[in-house]
Design a protein around this ligand. Structure first.
Ligand code: PMP
Length: 462
């Protein structure tokens, strides 16, 4: 049996690996392949590192799933959780009930939002939050007496989650194929992937104009009065760390304004410092009506997500709940007091420890180091902003092509990185880097040298 790091290691009977294979159906995993290769079992974490149960240390270059902003093993978060657990381990916000942590967090999120916002609503995951936003949009259109205004637009390569509605918003084939998705009424427009999708000779500005024109044509073809909202990540994450080209956001937002279409910024990855400002909304000068946050909100120490919405968005919803008698939506664990207390402490840590400034400095180092590898035969493109980056791997630079089938080269480099003590993520043939915001410049150098070594090894192998 081979492990993901390509070393031959038989799975011992009754080992954690064997029991994982026997009993655990994994998320985002080839389940049959898993029976052969088994899991990498992570045992503990400290700072930017995690350790497997054999004691091997890895740089967690993805911060888990783009989320552990403050790093692993933060004592303040453990203490905040313990305090709240003892005081009030559970309560909810249905039927006019509330509790301290959810009030504090709602106030904090609304007041720190970079555009005028009015209210925060709490959910448990990015998927639930985006599902909830879509339901709110439908509810709101009904409240406004515009029942025909229900369509929403999302982009190719978008990632908004995996529940039925949020998976429909997601624009990646694996989230639709064999699931009978997407739902009707969710429209698709092009992604801002300049390196991949630009026409020969097209400038960033011309490409951005073309994408905005496509969006406008889609709206006109569908009927502007039927289109309610546009969902987008400021920087696309799971779709390949796609940083929009110059002028893209200005042009897209002009189209949305022209047809009075709501803008939902999915800040699930970008929020809380990732792009070098507190929110992607600031980095790209966005004017969203709704911001969706999760992941770095609590550093994923506990599940929590929030919808932060402006007055124009929430006022009709509040009125409609008054007409109907209640807002018939909410989750048992939405705004969970322990998760909310941890989130609040986590946001304070990000502010007090200057983690956004650290992300800027370490991110600059990371991008400089990755750009220095641009001459490597396997490197097609380096892209990133703040402390999020991706390297697009190729075997033919001119044709922008990698090994067949797609994803092979990405898989090899990702496995090579793991063997060299780095957990990263391959998205097709792009390798993503999204380390904890606490990473130091010398830790970035360590990551870069392991990546360079891996590229050389894989280049020799193939
Ligand atoms: N939106 C974005 C931008 C995401 O990156 C993700 C998760 N990767 C989600 C939504 C979905 O979040 P969750 O996995 O918590 O449902």
């Amino acid at each position: 049996t081979t492990s993901t790091s390509d070393t031959v290691s038989p799975v011992a009977p009754n080992s954690a690996e064997a029991r994982d294979i026997a009993y655990h159906l994994h998320a985002y995993t080839n389940a049959r392949k898993h029976e052969e290769i088994g899991p990498l079992v992570i045992d503990r974490g400290e700072g930017i590192h995690v350790f497997d149960h054999a004691g091997n240390r890895y740089i967690e270059a993805m911060a888990g799933l783009w989320s552990v902003a403050v790093g692993f093993g933060d004592k303040r978060l453990a203490a905040a959780a313990a305090r709240q657990f003892e005081k009030l381990p559970y309560y909810h916000d249905f039927t006019h009930k509330s509790h301290g942590p959810v009030i504090d967090l709602a106030e904090k999120l609304v007041s720190m939002a970079p555009v005028p916002m009015s209210k925060a609503f709490f959910t448990n995951s990015g998927s639930e939050a985006n599902d909830t936003v879509l339901k709110m949009i439908w509810y709101r259109s009904n409240a406004l007496g515009q029942p025909e205004r229900k369509k929403v637009i999302a982009r190719e390569r978008a990632y908004h989650g995996v529940t039925i509605a949020s998976a429909s918003l997601t624009g990646l084939p694996n989230n639709h194929k064999s699931f009978d998705l997407p739902l009707a009424g969710i429209l698709r427009t092009g992604s801002p992937h300049f390196w991949r999708d630009a026409l020969p000779g097209e400038t960033e500005e011309a490409f951005a104009t073309r994408r905005a024109d496509e969006l406008e044509q889609l709206i006109l073809a569908e009927g502007p009065e039927t289109v309610a909202a546009f969902f987008a990540e400021p920087v696309m994450g799971a779709g390949g760390v796609i940083v929009p080209p110059a002028t893209y956001w200005d042009k897209i937002q002009a189209v949305l304004r022209k047809y009075d279409i709501l803008f939902v910024a999915d800040e699930v990855i970008c929020g809380f410092g990732r792009t070098g400002r507190m929110f992607g909304t600031e980095t790209f000068n966005l004017k969203p009506d709704v911001m969706v946050v999760s992941k770095a909100l609590s550093s994923s120490y506990l599940p929590i997500s929030a919808i932060i919405a402006n007055e124009r968005f929430v006022a009709p919803i509040m009125d409609q709940s008054n007409t109907i008698g209640t807002f018939g939506h909410g989750f048992t664990a939405g705004g969970h007091p322990v998760a909310a207390a941890v989130a609040l402490e986590n946001v304070r840590i990000i502010e007090e420890e200057g983690l956004v400034a650290n992300a800027v400095a370490s991110g600059r180092r990371l991008l400089e180091g990755l750009h220095a590898l641009a001459g490597h035969p396997l490197v097609g493109e380096v892209r990133g902003v703040g402390l999020i980056a991706a390297v697009e791997l190729v075997t033919d630079k001119a044709a922008k092509k990698a090994l067949e089938p797609a994803g092979t080269l990405g898989g090899l480099v990702n496995a090579g990185l793991q063997a060299n003590g780095v957990i990263s993520r391959a998205m097709g043939d792009a390798i993503a880097f999204c380390p904890p915001l606490i990473i130091t410049e010398s830790e970035v150098d360590d990551l870069l040298s392991r990546f360079a070594l891996t590229l050389d090894t894989v280049a020799k192998q193939i």
